[in-house]
Ligand binder design. Sequence first.
Ligand code: FE
Length: 344
Amino acid sequence: MDHNQLNDIFVRQLTLSGVREGETVSVLSRGGERADYADAALFAAQELGANTFHLRVPPARAAAGGAWAVGDSGLGTNPVAVEALKQTDMLIDLTFLLFSKEQFAIQDAGTRILTVVEPPELLARLLPTKELRERVEVGAELLAKASSMRITSPHGTDVTYQLGRYPTLSEYGYTDTPGRWDHWPAAFVFTGGTDDGVDGTIVLSPGDVLLPFNTYVQSPVTLTIEKGFVTDIRGGLDAELLSSYIKSFDDPRGYGMSHVGWGLDERAHWHGLTQFPGGMGMELRSFYGNVMFSIGPNNELGGPNDTPCHFDIPMRGCSLFLDDEAIVLDGDLTVPEMRPAARR
Ligand code: FE
């Protein structure tokens, strides 16, 4: 993307994120990655009258087995860098700090954090809006009040999450709230089941998405869930790949049930992976009416599981009920205030 365009979308992003005169905005990058994003973020922060600096740490050492191990920020042995970031009002994270202790410490200091790692064309096309934020917040309110969630599908999914132990989080692609984290682009809500309170069956069907494989399921995968853990995975090649990957972490907590919720962005395409193979799948997490569940860590929600093994699995065509009330029905949102204005 052209520099001027990139500068323009960063100015619009940081405006939504409430960056103003007198604030300090830090930018964190690793190695040579996303130098163009760092420049655009510095430009935008300065345009809006903020003080700004770019903190660049060395590249990540390759994780064992080349897996996508979440939670290793590269800042764990760098307390001076963490202290500098804590003193800023907003951090633009170009490294994916999520699930690390350092991210939580920076948030606890009151710094708001925005992660930006997706391809520029996607940042532009799914630039957040206030209207989308309002719709996401309607969903978050409903979810926060619920004490149980049931998900069903025509393919045989029938799973129930007991809720109430963990907070509800929202992602709408920008953040103007002290201490709050968000990810650009994003439009979904989620919470987690109680630690031993998820039971049932999930049947992944062709077209559901396996992140971080960044692949579409080709043949059905049947997951049995008992007391908050996946106890059986059956099916063809997709089931074997899923099993083999989790097993490679040699960590029983890799089978834990993690966050669960639904997506709201009608601009996000289910077929997005075919367009932007370089990203980490935020478009797939966000597409309108998807139901996404996750396997692995729940420390993001304040839970005890901090395994580095993590899957996000957005599914199509599911129904989701909160305390027996339909919220998503066959992949469509039922609540008018969560729908785009044209579909109310
Ligand atoms: Fe996740």
